[in-house]
Design a protein around this ligand. Sequence first.
Ligand SMILES: C=C(O[C@@H]1C=C(C(=O)O)C=C[C@H]1O)C(=O)O
Length: 361
Amino acid sequence: MNFPPLQSWIPGSQRPLVIAGPCSAESEVQVLETAQALAKLPWVKVYRAGIWKPRTRPGLFEGVGTAGLAWMSRVKEETGLLTTVEVARPDHVKDALAHGIDILWIGARTVVNPFSMQELAESLAGVDIPVMVKNPVNPDLKLWMGAIERLHKNGITRIAAIHRGFFQSEKTQYRNAPLWEIPIELMRQMPGLPVLCDPSHISGNRSLIQQVSQQAMDLEMDGLMVETHPDPDKAWTDSVQQITPESLGEILNNLILREQKGSREFERTLEELRHEVDLIDYEMIRLLAKRMNIAEEMGRYKYTHNITILQLQRWKELFADRIKKGNKAGLDNRFLAALLQLVHEQSIQIQTNVMSRGEEQ
Ligand SMILES: C=C(O[C@@H]1C=C(C(=O)O)C=C[C@H]1O)C(=O)O
């Protein structure tokens, strides 16, 4: 799949491309006032506003609807910013196109549903418009890629992905867990696809937006989509995570844009360090294979003597011991626990395979 670069569909855009605007369009005055302020920031090239809002429960503010599209047209006329809105149904697409919206985006709650995605993709067949695809609510890379593929199959090639974090039942400082490894894997599997970050939805709180935006830049993302409101505390939706256009300007000014490549001297030293990492990884692979071979042998021994696979006491003691040792060595607890659990799971699987094949020692 080929993806034209952002610069080819957003004139004058430089890294980071910034898309900003209110979570929801509330009134013509609010939409225009926000846009006027944002147009002063050189990074901002696209104006966003939620016109149709997917709400978890009915009865909450569900967006101003089609009326807001006329306000977006005025934004374009008066500021020159490109405009983008979220679409979730073919009739939204039709309305947005009829009002000259420049870019569409598809939200996390739509991307989770292949039926909705297929319907939307088909409604876009033969339409020459760029589309941005947020990650699905749940951490499922295949769904995200599937949504992009459905659009591509229907002739949409100007596509960008937007990383807005993932739902996780475990409470953390973030509203949506960033799980950076997922967009990184997306970049690996779909090279050339522009990837933006939505620090507002990841953070859920304006105090984290700077740090999340910096992380996105350090992970080579192409841009940011940030919710901005002239009076965030009074916003009708997502008030805690919205920021004023002025704060956005400060955050963008504070961003450190690091180079992708260094001097020859730097690259040489980096190569040396990478060589060390390579050797360590090979050693880890050799040791893991050795450990799994022993687990397999244990499986056969247990099978011959009719002994259960899981040995809880041993597992508990081993786990506690390795965590303690890892702590002393300066390893992070959560990382180590996840790694040990993965190794244990595989060791159990290998022994299960041996037993189901009925292999004697
Ligand atoms: C390898 C064994 O079987 C299982 C796997 C373990 C492991 O991988 O370290 C530990 C205990 C058992 O639950 C064992 O009994 O020692």
